[in-house]
Design a binder for this molecule. Structure first.
Ligand code: ATP
Ligand code: MG
Length: 572
């Protein structure tokens, strides 16, 4: 990926906030101007159901559905299910759920390439009848040898000159299961010295006895991607067939099949796939992470899958905004992960209620606050949304604060709590630290503090302090599990993998940190799975599906500030 251009991680700058270029939008505008498709825009999203969708697919979904919507067109969801060995209904279901969750609707246009197996077979026969396809008995290895290389032309297969009658007969017998797997294929008859290797008599059909998740054992021959894809697009009257750059070499074969069969002919347009730094994005590798249990499943919040991001606390809006922000280009680039984080932070800032949670509790006792007393203070739910109102939080003699908001021997610029210093407790009072209590091993276990009643939040007060910290009532708080995540991969992109090593050798051992007993304010005991909050000063968090009535589990979605900038600085 050496020549990959980096997109700035400064997502905050005005430059990044302008709508990013999208050359496909320009093509559609031009097509509408010339009337090429009679003002029709009909796209499709064609996933292979062999894994869960990831953030790269989200780019393609937002593009296909987004462009059609923008121009009053429609989009099909089509499962490209021609390889029964790797495909499964579990994936079909998850893909539909994820596309819907992203906010897109294929209405009644749900298709399966496997629905076209009959038609595809007929088209293959038609090619044979035109003398444009033949049955070949070369083995897989022989075929590769005959194919030639980029610099060397290929050789014709010795079976290339079979008669049309013989080809038709053999192909029919392939279909009827008369030959073992792998012994024969149907190939297009194009040109074995074509400069584009994909045009050197590509395979159209192979024999494969495998149970298909939709067609069962009806077929023992299956069509190849290149043949299936263009014909499926044609059957569905697609106008703009958007695919990623690696299919640029396949465009001539896409066009060849449709031209030879004289079929309605959509236009294939290639765009650069999304690459995100520090992110594993190949389906094969993601499957490996799941199968070898490096993660808890496809929806592990560290996974770049749509369901992983959803569980982590990402919103559909944030992902759609991200897609818009990165734009669509014709050349490969690597997008920085901080851009995705910018998008979710931006959205959560607007919608997430603020609450107080202490991750690493240190007990403090307010010695001048009566033991029997307790009061309810008003806390603002969201500074970004006046309608969000306030809630009551209990305050009493014993509280928890964050361990690292206290230092016994603070450096000069430490403005939080230390012996003799004063801080404000958010929504409450200013306190002073008088004493430090330690256990027999010298560990700090408690602070004794004094509070100033006249400094109650909202009252005018002379007293000023340099810092405000969060807290919860010891008696009224509940224990919760909080999961803190770091990037799963320690390398910036797959190109950095050394020879003899695998991507799994570079997984971050600290990608998941579990805090078993964080202290949450009581309002958080009545949350639902998926609810999103800002834990003041700590980041944005989302209620995990592992939560029970008695113990809530939270995932940190993202920190409050960009931590990647810091990492980059450290590296330099
Ligand atoms: P494979 O074909 O190797 O299984 P794939 O990631 O291409 O993997 P598909 O299910 O074929 O998976 O992808 C569906 C659609 O999503 C295709 O049109 C593909 O081009 C697009 N797509 C896949 N990965 C990305 C990506 N990283 N960025 C943008 N689009 C992508
Ligand atoms: Mg693909």
């Amino acid at each position: 990926m050496e020549n990959n251009k980096h997109i700035s991680n400064d997502a905050n700058s005005d430059k990044e906030r302008k709508p990013a270029p999208n050359f496909i939008r320009n093509i559609i505008i031009e097509d509408n101007r010339t009337g090429k498709w009679n003002q029709r825009v009909h796209t499709r999203f064609p996933p292979e159901p062999n894994g869960y969708l990831h953030i790269g697919h989200a780019k393609s979904i937002c593009l296909n559905f987004g462009m059609a919507k923008e121009f009053g067109g429609v989009t099909n969801l089509r499962f490209d299910d021609t390889n029964p060995v790797k495909e499964d209904v579990e994936y079909v279901d998850s893909i539909m759920e994820d596309v819907r969750w992203l906010g897109f609707d294929w209405e009644d246009r749900l298709y399966y390439a496997s629905d076209y197996f009959g038609q595809l077979f007929e088209y293959a026969c038609e090619l044979i009848k035109k003398g444009k396809a033949f049955v070949c008995d070369l083995s897989f290895d022989e075929m590769r040898e005959y194919r030639g290389t980029l610099t060397k032309p290929g050789k014709n297969s010795p079976y290339r000159d079979r008669t049309i009658e013989e080809n038709l007969d053999l192909f029919l017998r392939m279909k009827n299961g008369e030959f073992p797997d792998g012994t024969k294929v149907l190939r297009a008859k194009i040109d074995m010295s074509h400069p584009n290797i994909t045009m050197r008599d590509p395979v159209i059909y192979r024999i494969r006895r495998a149970n298909h998740h939709r067609t069962g054992d009806k077929w023992c021959i299956y069509p190849m991607y290149d043949f299936t894809h263009c014909i499926s697009d044609s059957i569905e009257r697609i106008t703009h067939s958007l695919c990623t750059l690696e299919f640029e070499n396949n465009r001539p074969i896409y066009d060849w099949f449709l031209d030879e069969l004289d079929l309605y002919h959509p236009q294939q347009i290639e765009f650069a796939r999304l690459n995100l730094n520090y992110t594993v994005m190949s389906k094969r590798k993601l499957l490996q992470l799941v199968q070898e249990k490096y993660v808890s499943g496809w929806d592990d919040p560290r996974m770049p899958t749509i369901c992983g991001l959803r569980r982590r606390g990402y919103t559909p809006e944030s992902i759609r905004n991200f897609a818009e922000m990165i734009g669509v280009a014709k050349n490969e680039s690597v997008v920085e992960f901080s851009q995705l984080e910018f998008a979710i932070r931006d959205h959560l800032n607007k919608i997430a209620q603020r609450v107080m949670v202490v991750l690493n509790p240190l007990k403090i006792t307010i010695t001048n606050y009566p033991e029997t007393e307790s009061e309810e203070l008003d806390a603002v739910n969201s500074p970004e949304d006046e309608n969000a109102g306030t809630r009551k939080i209990p305050f009493d003699r014993e509280l928890y604060i964050e361990k690292d908001d206290f230092m016994e021997n603070p450096p000069k610029k430490f403005f939080r709590l230390s012996p003799g210093s004063e801080v404000r407790l958010r929504y409450a009072y200013i306190i002073r630290c008088d004493d430090v209590i330690k256990d027999e091993n010298g560990n700090i276990i408690e602070l004794l503090c004094t509070y100033y009643p006249e400094t109650k939040s909202g009252l005018p007060s002379e007293k000023k302090v340099k810092s405000t910290i969060h807290w919860v009532s010891a008696k009224h708080s509940f224990d919760a599990e909080v999961r803190i995540y770091e990037q799963l991969s320690l390398i910036e992109n797959a190109g950095e993998i050394e020879e003899g090593k695998e991507f799994t050798d570079y997984l971050n051992p600290n990608s998941l940190q579990i805090i078993p007993n964080a202290k949450i304010e009581p309002s958080l005991m009545s949350v639902n799975i998926g609810d999103k909050f800002q834990f003041e000063r700590l980041g944005y968090f989302c209620v995990d599906k592992d939560s029970t009535k008695d113990k809530k589990v939270f995932n940190r979605t993202v920190t409050l500030k960009d931590t990647w900038a810091k990492i980059a600085k450290k590296d330099n």
